[in-house]
Design a protein around this ligand. Sequence first.
Ligand SMILES: Cc1cc2nc3c(=O)[nH]c(=O)nc-3n(C[C@H](O)[C@H](O)[C@H](O)COP(=O)(O)O)c2cc1C
Ligand SMILES: [Fe+2]
Ligand SMILES: [Fe+2]
Length: 392
Amino acid sequence: MKRISERIFYIGVNDDDKVLFEGLWPIPVGVSYNSYVVADEKVALIDTVESGFEEEFIANIEEAIGDRQIDYLVVNHMEPDHSSLIAYMQGRYPGLKIVANAKTVPMLKGYYGVSEEDVLVMPEGGELSLGSCTLKFYMVPMVHWPETMVTWLEEEGTLFSGDAFGTFGSIDEDVIDDDGTFEQFRDEMTRYYACIVGKYGIPVQTALKKLGGLPIKRVCSTHGPVWEKNIPAVVDLYDKMSRYEVERGVCIVYGSMYGNTAAAADALAMELDALGVPYAIHDLAGNNAGELGLSGALRDVFRYDTIVVGSPTYNNGIYPPVETFMKALQARLIKDRRFYAFGSYTWAGASVRLLNEYAASLNFELLGDGLSFPQAYTREKVDMATVAKMLA
Ligand SMILES: Cc1cc2nc3c(=O)[nH]c(=O)nc-3n(C[C@H](O)[C@H](O)[C@H](O)COP(=O)(O)O)c2cc1C
Ligand SMILES: [Fe+2]
Ligand SMILES: [Fe+2]
């Protein structure tokens, strides 16, 4: 528990045990599920945390408000990392009213059997007085689900933003950001956005425009630190990512069964290094434990303007983990990127051609036909020095 202001308390938890967020995305530095109490004449809870943390959650609540009743539970977002303790909270705090928008009502019933009488349905711009302060609700559809809304507390200049401005990474006891906190979380915020919200650039832009006029002094997201000092940097990063804005640099992404495509990828990285070109390299085949794999690759797709993909030919196709990556680019509507493909085959190469077809479907700028090479990588066969110069 951490007191954020006169009325606001942080009552979220860190999850340092989960290996894969959504069963997909590695979280080597954990994640936090944030929940908040606004304690006024009435007490409102903003979202809950994931199930499994009941004890810690209740201890945090009791540390914040003792044995006071909770009057309202505001449900900004129904993804179970925030909603899965709703029924538990109803059981624990009889009389608790759930505050949600109309789109949320059937989801509340479907997930947790919540009956409509227990829900105070809020329209866009609806208000709920807690006594000396008032909560106001704005819809932000598809950030990250269609029912998602944010909650604005005017008297505190505080935006409870749901997954927007969220990041992977556990947070320390201070909860509130410091000068260096943005830099500390930048990579994990980018990776979170790329993996979780990256498909919804246009809705994020719509939400940013809608909320842009609010005099925001504090952002309380559902994942990561509470932002006070770094709000311009955090908003700027989300703005850039949702506009697919990138910097010059190369994201090398490859998969390899027997190391030949991998050797070519490493050779390209060395050449880029020698030329001083910023780059990142990601192995999708899971050969190296602890690597971020697909999630790291997607992070750097949201960072660099050039994507170079390596895949061996596999049953006349693209090596499956690399194809998953290409589909992930399509799903995220990635645009305005330069592209180059390479890979090893043995009897009839197909992967490079197919990768180029994916890239063409995304309107990427193809930087050449690519480099499809038979069998082993050698310097003579696979001229990555020339490729690196072209990418620079
Ligand atoms: C299951 C499997 C399927 C393959 N399918 C093809 C194929 O359709 N065409 C081809 O030319 N080579 C095929 N190959 C050969 C690989 O492309 C070749 O071994 C390549 O050098 C592997 O690159 P790597 O060392 O980067 O994994 C296949 C290999 C395996 C193991
Ligand atoms: Fe979510
Ligand atoms: Fe979430």
